[in-house]
Design a binder for this molecule. Structure first.
Ligand code: GUN
Length: 306
């Protein structure tokens, strides 16, 4: 439905297109399932993803459950390895060593965040980079930054895939990334500036210390909001016709839902969407794409490592 709006003395029609991450992710999952079927029919190995989870964080448990279920949907084998909150770093490192050496496991991840007594970076670096389907290991991050084949982390990879599938022009465009995290902001900025499509954009990375954020955003053709602050991006920060990608997934209390919460994006969707050419919703935009990227990386790991 395309609503009409009265604004500044003009009646105009809002023509934004919703980027349907859920539909695209379902489509990619069927493509992966077909590839797995063909791979196994030719005598190839069934891909196997293992996931380590520590403690009982609600968000992490939900994400891991989705990852395991998605493996089933595409014909992967999956293993969930759970530890209690008080697991020692030593035990975790020993498990990672075992998994690095287990030839049946093609790729594995350690769900983050980890309890404070465990050094997250040490854990990430203990994973064999050839099995690091999260793409968090410095070898993969480094290879990505110089454009070499590697595992690209799930969220940036999902964003790039959405731009590709919707044929959204990126070459020479001003792309503003809000947020400088290692998991999203930095890698997506790197990918958007890389040679080729989707890429070739002029990228600006903004963060909490950026002085003239609104002015910079108003000059953006593409805005990727990844700062984790609900409804941060307002309509007066977005120019007409911009493409807006919302990476925010903050849980807010909502008594009307079964779970007691709902997800809120970093974009004030109701007011920003009418100004956009394309926009991702939350939920149903970037979120579903992240698991698909993990599956793509696992399939890649299976074909590389065997
Ligand atoms: N926690 C939030 N997102 C991720 C992710 O992509 N991978 C892992 N391992 N943990 C996360």
């Amino acid at each position: 439905m395309v609503p009409a709006r009265f604004h500044g003395g003009f009646i105009y029609t809002d023509m934004y297109q919703l980027i349907d991450g859920k539909a695209i992710s379902e489509q990619i999952k069927s493509e992966i399932a077909e590839e797995v079927k063909q791979l196994v029919a030719k005598g190839g190995k069934q891909p196997h993803l293992a996931v380590i989870i520590v403690g009982h964080d609600g968000g992490s448990e939900t994400y891991v459950a989705h990852k395991v279920k998605s493996c089933e949907q595409v014909g992967f084998k999956s293993t969930r390895i759970a530890f209690e909150n008080d697991v020692t770093e030593e035990t975790l490192l020993a498990k990672i060593k075992e998994m690095n050496e287990d030839a049946d496991i093609d790729g594995f991840i350690v769900q983050l965040p980890l309890p404070r007594h465990i050094n997250e970076q040490k854990i990430i670096e203990a994973i064999d980079y050839r099995k690091d389907v999260d793409g968090f290991h410095p070898v993969n991050v480094g290879r990505m930054s110089i454009g070499l084949p590697c595992f690209v982390s799930a969220t940036p990879s999902g964003i790039i895939e959405l731009l590709r599938r919707y044929n959204i022009p990126t070459q020479g465009k001003n792309c503003v990334v809000i947020g400088r995290s290692n998991i999203v902001g930095k890698p997506v900025a790197t990918l958007m500036m890389q040679k080729g499509y989707p890429g070739d954009a002029t990228v600006t990375v903004c963060h909490s210390r950026t002085a003239n954020l609104k002015e910079i955003c108003l000059n953006a053709d593409i805005i990727i909001a990844a700062l984790g602050s609900p409804e941060f991006l307002k309509e007066d920060m977005v120019k007409e016709g911009a493409v807006v990608i919302d990476v925010g997934t903050t849980r807010v209390k909502d008594e009307t839902t079964k779970s007691g919460f709902r997800l809120k994006g970093d974009v004030d969707f109701a007011n920003v969407a009418p100004k956009c050419s394309y926009i991702t919703p939350v939920p149903g935009g970037v979120g579903p794409m992240t698991i698909v990227s993990l599956l793509q990386n696992t399939l890649l790991a299976t074909t590389i490592n065997h």
